[in-house]
Design a protein around this ligand. Structure first.
Ligand code: HEC
Length: 299
């Protein structure tokens, strides 16, 4: 038995070694191909900048509350990321950097420094991300109508469940060994504030300093969107009910806004809503999450 175990380990080690050698040779190939084509180092990926801002928007609540630092590590990250965002933008845009964007990024750094309320950071990063999508010509929604079914199949076939659990409850077989632990895609608050565009970036770029791997090579752009849209259907208490008349929501809205964002915006369009009407509006949003093809338009 012991012998078998060792043999298993040995073959695992040699597989890993082979894998590394293979990957290294692939890297060299790509580099030499790029050199042949006369290409410089690849330009910065604008999505890295967007992802930094999305990360700040999502995690600031764990760093600061009521003007005080509640987690030093998280706060340090917020400071670092807001600095990096400005540096990255300047490096990327060089002479074409827009004064207004520079100003907004500097302001973000300052308000993190001042430990303002979470809502303030959230609103500031959201405006910045919308402006950057336009400025950097990023198409922040899927090229084709996302398929929830395909997203589910990809999630199940790609080992996400090992950490996140087969139903996304954050209870995969190795979850308990991870710090930080994997997110729980069923959590009501967490998922009502989750944005598919952010999940799309997390899946493609991975999350540094955690065990969340980058799946940039594994999935096409469309597939990464399919999975992101699928994840938003996992929330506990999802209750899809088709609205009597279609909501004024586009595919781009579904991709770049959380359920709470959509709820807030749709409410503004209607007269003040009582609690039961809000619930029924949320049920209609759930219906769109499950059936994104019923949106009115792409943008
Ligand atoms: C080896 C473990 C592991 C695997 C495999 C893994 N993840 Fe993760 N994932 C994590 C951890 C840990 C985090 C939380 C990181 C943090 O707290 O910042 C995370 C975070 C995420 C997030 C961000 C969640 C949020 O609330 O902001 C998404 C989206 C995600 N994973 C999707 C996936 C998908 C899809 C797959 C499969 C294609 C996958 N993960 C595979 C460990 C894993």
């Amino acid at each position: 038995m012991i012998y078998l175990k060792n043999l298993y380990r040995l073959s695992l080690a040699s597989l890993l070694l082979l894998g590394t050698v293979f990957l290294l040779s692939q890297c060299q190939n790509t580099e030499s191909r790029a050199a042949e084509a006369g290409l410089e180092k690849p330009a910065h990926d604008p999505l890295v900048l967007i992802f930094l801002l999305q990360y700040i928007s999502r995690d600031y609540q764990y760093a600061v509350a009521e003007g005080k630092i509640i987690n030093t590590f998280e706060y340090q990250e917020m400071m670092t990321f807001s600095h990096q965002a400005l540096e990255l933008y300047l490096e990327m845009q060089q002479d074409s950097a827009q004064p207004n964007t520079i100003f907004q990024l500097q302001q973000l750094r300052e308000i993190v420094h001042e430990k303002v309320e979470t809502d303030f950071i959230d609103a500031h990063t959201k405006v910045l991300i919308t402006d950057l999508n336009t400025e950097l010509k990023i198409r922040a929604y899927p090229p084709q109508m996302p398929s929830i079914e395909r997203g589910k199949q990809l999630y199940q076939a790609s080992g996400c469940g090992t950490c996140h659990g087969s139903n996304g409850a954050g209870d995969g077989p190795v979850a308990a060994t991870l710090t930080p632990g994997p997110g729980n895609f069923q959590d009501i608050d967490g998922m009502n504030t989750a944005v598919p565009y952010h999940f799309f970036n997390a899946i493609r770029l991975g999350i540094e300093g955690t065990s969340m791997p980058a799946f940039q090579e594994a999935f096409s752009i469309q597939e990464a969107w399919d999975i992101s849209f699928y994840l938003l259907t996992l929330r506990a208490g999802l209750k899809p009910v088709a609205p009597s008349k279609p909501l004024n929501v586009s595919l781009s809205d579904l991709a770049t806004k959380s359920n709470n964002d959509l709820l807030e915006e749709l409410q503004e369009e209607m007269s003040p809503l009582a609690e039961p009407q809000k619930t029924s509006l949320m049920n209609s949003i759930d219906d769109l999450r499950l059936n994104p093809a019923s949106v009115l338009s792409n943008e």
